[in-house]
Design a protein around this ligand. Sequence first.
Ligand SMILES: Cc1cc2nc3c(=O)[nH]c(=O)nc-3n(C[C@H](O)[C@H](O)[C@H](O)COP(=O)(O)OP(=O)(O)OC[C@H]3O[C@@H](n4cnc5c(N)ncnc54)[C@H](O)[C@@H]3O)c2cc1C
Length: 447
Amino acid sequence: MDPTSPTAAGRWARPAFWIALYLALIALPLLVLLLGDRPGGGGFAWDFALIVGYAALAMMGVQFALTARFKRATAPFGIDVIYYFHRYLAVVAFALLVLHVVVLLVTRPEAVGSVDPRVAPGYMSLGWLALLAFVAIVLSSLLRKTLGLGYDAWRRVHTVLAVLGVLFALLHVLGSGSYLVTPAKRAFWIALALSWVLLAIHVRLFRPLWLRRHPWRVAEVREERGRSWTVAVEPAHGHRFDYQPGQFAWVTLRASPFAMREHPFSISSSPTRPGRLEFTIKALGDFTATIGGIRPGETAWVDGPYGTFGTDHHPEARGYVFIAGGVGIAPIISMLRACADRGETRPLWLFYGNRRWDRVVFREELDALAGRLDLRIVHVLGDPPDGWEGERGYIDRAVLERHLPARGEELHHFVCGPQPMIQLAERSLRALDVPASRVHSEIFDLA
Ligand SMILES: Cc1cc2nc3c(=O)[nH]c(=O)nc-3n(C[C@H](O)[C@H](O)[C@H](O)COP(=O)(O)OP(=O)(O)OC[C@H]3O[C@@H](n4cnc5c(N)ncnc54)[C@H](O)[C@@H]3O)c2cc1C
């Protein structure tokens, strides 16, 4: 964060508040366990194992909140960061769960008893089932691509296993009774677990219900260069949709909003032209390859807007540098269109990396925008045509240095494209002494 910015304190305060709330949501349930009557005499290892188990459960529960897409909570960080946080915290929570089991198996095997469900008490079998559910969640998430699991199927299984895992774990702790010795403590933990399940219901039931009442119609499907398509949608009942340039939405096409077949896409249109949203989509996989077959008149569902990747979040900048790779131009063209319509006068740079000249999406429109803005466009081609005199290869430090002013660190930089391109651009900007707080990246991959 730029310490000279007048809003710097406010910008630090919001993430700090949400991080404190996150920690409180984990610590509070543990504190409740320690209040009032407590079982004694179990010894350090026993108490340690139980508290670690409860901490794991509390962390797993808060995972539901992390993916519930609460705009206020995700805004200070960006939704991609929240999803990565969700992923790493799941591993930490799982490690605590394993620690819980291992410490008990080593120090109190008689308390753990048999794993055979025919002889073990029901609450112990539920504990093992919860552990199995969490093993399946973690392995299928970390190894999804290696195992070749389709994203949609994985997501459905992930949700079901998460709800079952938390329910089984709750029944396990209620059955074992450890620490939950008073009715008040039991009621507190039951209410807590129900709130987690309610969050899942909110995301999977209430939000789709709301979406179903706000349908969109496909107005146009335009073929772009580079195996990309622009899909324009309009609200079927004329409802309002306010967004900022650079934001994205979860879009469902040819499926019910309950089907969990939504995909995140940046909004490529500009909020300066309301009443219609456009998404520019590259045919890359199972779903995106079908975009060209979408017809005007079809129904679409749009959940959004989300994200903080945008110039509107950094109005104090002296100018903006955009670095795009391929279809990563989608949120950037939205910002450029908005800049042009708003009469932006600050200097702008666009570094646009593509393999081939004939695949450069929005090529002509970018030239037109350069005529309306103080915009310098630097095309960088991996496989340039004969006679190409522009930049070639990748958008690296040398390319940036050649075109950016010496005091480029006073600009704000927006990077969007494939992950290797983002990493190279971030490294190059770091090497040019651009503070991390002035580099904003949008990763097109959440899981
Ligand atoms: C914030 C954000 C904005 C994006 N904006 C654009 C854009 O403007 N234009 C564009 O072409 N692409 C964009 N993407 C990428 C786009 O969402 C994926 O390419 C698309 O969902 C792939 O789906 P598929 O079934 O065609 O591909 P598949 O081959 O099935 O999947 C390829 C990979 O895409 C990811 N993916 C697949 N489905 C989903 C899903 N439902 N949700 C999240 N990730 C998924 C997975 O990591 C998967 O491994 C964006 C992604 C994010 C996270």
